[in-house]
Design a protein around this ligand. Sequence first.
Ligand code: G1P
Length: 295
Amino acid sequence: MTSPKPIRKAVFPVAGLGTRFLPATKAIPKEMLPIIDRPLIQYAVDEAREAGIEQLIFVTGRGKTAIVEHFDTAFELEATMNERDKALDVLEPTRIQPGNLVTVRQQVPLGLGHAIWCARVIVGDEPFAIFLPDELMIASKGSTGCMKQMVEAYDRVGGNLISVLEVPEEEVSSYGVIAPGKRDGALTEVTGLVEKPKRADAPSNLIISGRYILQPEVMRVLETQGKGAGGEVQLTDAMAQMIGQQPFHAVTFAGKRYDCGSKTGFVEATLAVALEREDMAHEVRAMAKRLLGEC
Ligand code: G1P
């Protein structure tokens, strides 16, 4: 096989209202809520760059300007920090080359499939990645990030890839679920996809976990995709149409996924990240033990 076209672009659907985190998200986007000292969106962007992706496409909506500000040069802040001899390296991850950040608006909340379709002109005729920033993917020690693992798999098999992980059977109806085919290490052939199936109808307990590499043809399918589960235009339904037309694989991520779209998932992610960080793990561990002892 000739090597597939490289993945240079990533789409981040960030138009959601974040109602689950109100009132915190009344005036700031939920993607700007910090896990310790980095907003959620920063983790996804860092993961994209680690995978060699430089062109970031944010599908935004009203009230989401702070995300774009975050990745802009803050002239006054930097000048003041310089004057005070403060190191600017903390801002390094927020720097984006001119032209590499593009926003498009999703004017009406019609679902994830519709959000992705809103980016079709910018994506153009090349394969692209998708990141759902609510999902924080922390790689196992010694492994690369989730998207880098997927890009490595993509370089071997091409086509379309999604990251998957196993969940308890009673949770499948909250997710997109795959029908698995042949398995080869972390790579599983995808023979079917269902969005939010009833537990009894789910083809497996392997769920789609917020990272995708898709061929541009999916945009054509989305163009005419009707509403699916929850009355929304579902990306999963459009992807299901591509099975059989193009290679379609799932990658089992070597690492952990934290659902930062839920409050308890957010707390879990904060603790997990803190316990991995050299600058605070020791102190946080002692604190957690003390708090648990008091319960
Ligand atoms: C979306 C996708 C679903 C996927 C999930 C992962 O659902 O439609 O296939 O499993 O993200 O979190 P949502 O969480 O937007 O309902």
